[in-house]
Design a protein around this ligand. Structure first.
Ligand code: PEP
Ligand code: MG
Length: 315
């Protein structure tokens, strides 16, 4: 299996010591399912449901949503599928959830906050997901975006349970959620770290703004420290911690994320082959040592350089 992985085969994500780290796909529609499976995705780690309805003025109906979810869950029968409820706001505007002008949309009524303000839409989405789940055979997990408090976690888990969702979790993409991950994981069945937003909010740099793009680097030790806190909280609680931001698609950073406690990685399907090859070269202990090196650096570039240097020395 490991030999296959090293050759870039399509086996499951496995470290050199046999530790399994499932490699999952980020998808924005069920149409990407075939390509994702061909790329070796073991399941779906992030289904961005808002992508289905970006150009729509009115909220989608239950039936309209259900068709998408049935298609996705059918394609991934027998596998894990993590669906994110609508993540509206800032870079992902949805007219029917939040069309108010905001000075700082990244800090505004977005993600779970917006769904909570239009709770019917959340309830309809959970209805559609529950119905689709009951007609298919995938292992459905559902998570909420932009959660920033323990209370929001409790709210989402409680609401999802009303619809029979068995595995409800939250994205950790706001520093407050990372800092309180231990308490959040008392309620959530799992956490999935969104490194794109976690980096934006930790470095206080708009992810859409070219003039501050240099700050949007998930190798930054401040971001890594938060990820490590979430990983430790997950290990202590015995609950899975995935990473579904772009960071997981960087073959070297993927190893560091595993060292910080990530138990699954989700990425665009095109990145899976390279990440599989990269993680197969290291044991969990080695991944942890590389994570320590990155954490000890002063900045993103230094962290990347330290990890690269350690690897080339070892070769
Ligand atoms: C993230 O923020 O890292 C994430 C996975 O969600 P999105 O990129 O859709 O905001
Ligand atoms: Mg995000």
């Amino acid at each position: 299996e490991r030999a296959a992985a090293l050759q870039g085969g399509t086996g499951p994500g496995t470290l050199a010591d046999g530790t399994r780290v499932p490699l999952l796909a980020n998808l924005g529609s069920a149409e990407g399912a075939t390509a994702a499976l061909a790329a070796g995705a073991e399941g779906v780690g992030l289904f961005r449901t808002e992508f289905l309805f970006l150009d729509q003025r009115m909220a989608p109906t239950v039936e309209q949503q259900k068709a998408h979810y049935v298609a996705l869950l059918t394609a991934f029968a027998g596998r894990k599928v993590v669906v994110r409820v609508l993540d509206a706001g800032a870079d992902k505007p949805l007219e029917f959830l939040n069309d108010a002008h905001e000075e700082n949309p990244a800090l505004g009524l977005r993600g779970l906050r917006a769904l909570r303000a239009s709770e019917d839409i959340l309830r309809e989405q959970l209805t559609a997901l529950a119905e689709a789940d009951s007609e298919t055979d995938a292992d459905l997990w559902v998570m909420a975006p932009m959660v920033s408090t323990v209370e929001e976690t409790e709210y989402f888990v409680r609401t999802a349970a009303e619809f029979g969702v068995k595995t409800a979790g939250v994205m950790v993409e706001v520093p407050s959620a990372a800092l309180l991950a231990d308490r959040i994981l008392k309620h959530a069945a799992f956490a999935s770290i969104g490194t794109n937003d976690l980096t934006q909010y930790t470095l206080a740099a708009d992810r859409l703004l070219g003039s501050v793009a240099g700050f949007q680097d998930p190798w930054h030790p401040a971001v890594l420290r938060l990820i490590g806190d979430v990983g430790s909280a997950g290990a202590a609680a015995g609950k899975p911690v995935g990473v579904c931001g772009e960071a997981a698609a960087d073959p070297l950073l993927a190893v560091v994320l595993i060292g910080l406690g990530a138990t699954t990685l989700s990425m665009s399907p095109a990145a899976i082959a390279d990440v599989r090859v990269s993680i197969a070269r290291f044991t969990l202990d080695q991944a942890r040592s590389l994570a320590e090196l990155a954490l000890a650096a002063d900045g993103a570039a230094e962290a990347r350089d330290a990890v690269r240097a350690a690897i080339s020395e070892a070769l």
